[in-house]
Design a protein around this ligand. Sequence first.
Ligand SMILES: NC(=O)c1ccc[n+]([C@@H]2O[C@H](COP(=O)([O-])OP(=O)(O)OC[C@H]3O[C@@H](n4cnc5c(N)ncnc54)[C@H](O)[C@@H]3O)[C@@H](O)[C@H]2O)c1
Ligand SMILES: [Zn+2]
Length: 362
Amino acid sequence: MARTLRVELGDNSYPLVVGTGLLNRVGDLLTPHTKSNKVLIVSDTFLKARYMPVVLKSLEDAGLDVSTIAVPAGEENKSLTQFSDIQDSLVEHQLDRGSTLIALGGGVIGDLAGFAAAVYMRGIPYVQIPTTLQAQVDASVGGKTAINHPKGKNLIGAFHQPKLVLIDVRTLKTLDERDIRAGLIEVIKMGVIRDEPLFEMVEENLDAILNLEDATLIDMISSACINKAEIVAKDEKESGLRMVLNYGHTFGHALEAVTHYNRYRHGEAVSIGMNCAAQLAVNLGMFSETDFQRQHTLLKRAKLPIAFPPDLTPEALCAAMYLDKKTLGGKLRLILPTRIGEVVIRDDVDDRHVLEAILQCF
Ligand SMILES: NC(=O)c1ccc[n+]([C@@H]2O[C@H](COP(=O)([O-])OP(=O)(O)OC[C@H]3O[C@@H](n4cnc5c(N)ncnc54)[C@H](O)[C@@H]3O)[C@@H](O)[C@H]2O)c1
Ligand SMILES: [Zn+2]
């Protein structure tokens, strides 16, 4: 069972396959897209034991010359040290400009390995095989790659589009339920910003989604990826339109920062952020109470958090928001909903309104 979509980016266009049983077909799926037979698989230490063997065998059966590297799992490894180890591996195994790097893992591996591919020999082809829901519906589409600097997340990076994205929904079976719920927020977000039918699909199929039913996951992930691909196609280098993807993220990033990135999953912080952005939109008279309740209900049914934790202060959150890199000339840029399926970008909202909405979400 598989569906092939196409991310349309002119010369940088690429296919994205969503389905089951893709890991043992990687070799056959990759060979039409590669010019040299050398491949480096980059993964993490957990996935090395779980999924690397089947991918490795499939590539070797297709006649490819494969080497592998596994970095320790975790956000702290999206680092210069691991980046440097991957470069060492690329040099040691003599990959050339036509060789392929495969990123097998969650968003951390996708970002780290994607950035390694973006700069090795000024850019070599790479394939994304995302294994978390977050990475399948969000990080693997769009070509943003990055590593962290001790002073900030994603400070060092590049735009580099993959040659192919392979999403095997069965990999989600080994993921923590908490990570499934957190990844789901990016789908719900996509529904609110531009796709009311997708929002409704999640409302109607929440149980099947959380039970990881193949056909439902393939439908949902395809829809999320089509949406993201359309946005990226219109704004490949994030100059304007792509900003709508930050719905809930300005509040969410602030919450992640003040809780030192170790209390919430990214998606959980975004869930609270979306509830707060929606509250602000209601207060400004641009979003109906009915639509607010509709989003609120779905977040609660998905067991995602919607309120800021009581040990924080609204002032600390506000201060962190203004430090976020998405502010422009000191003005906060907020993505606010007007209905389920549409948002607007506003940079004229008074601080007082922002603080009031945060207060209401404690
Ligand atoms: N490039 C982009 O556009 C973009 C977009 C969103 C997020 N991101 C980045 O993605 C990262 C977060 O990604 P994430 O949420 O996937 O987290 P992650 O990559 O850290 O993965 C979370 C954990 O799940 C484990 N794991 C991965 N797949 C698994 C599976 N199938 N079964 C069991 N365990 C599995 C990993 O080993 C890891 O310990 C952040 O660094 C964020 O900045 C990038
Ligand atoms: Zn996000």
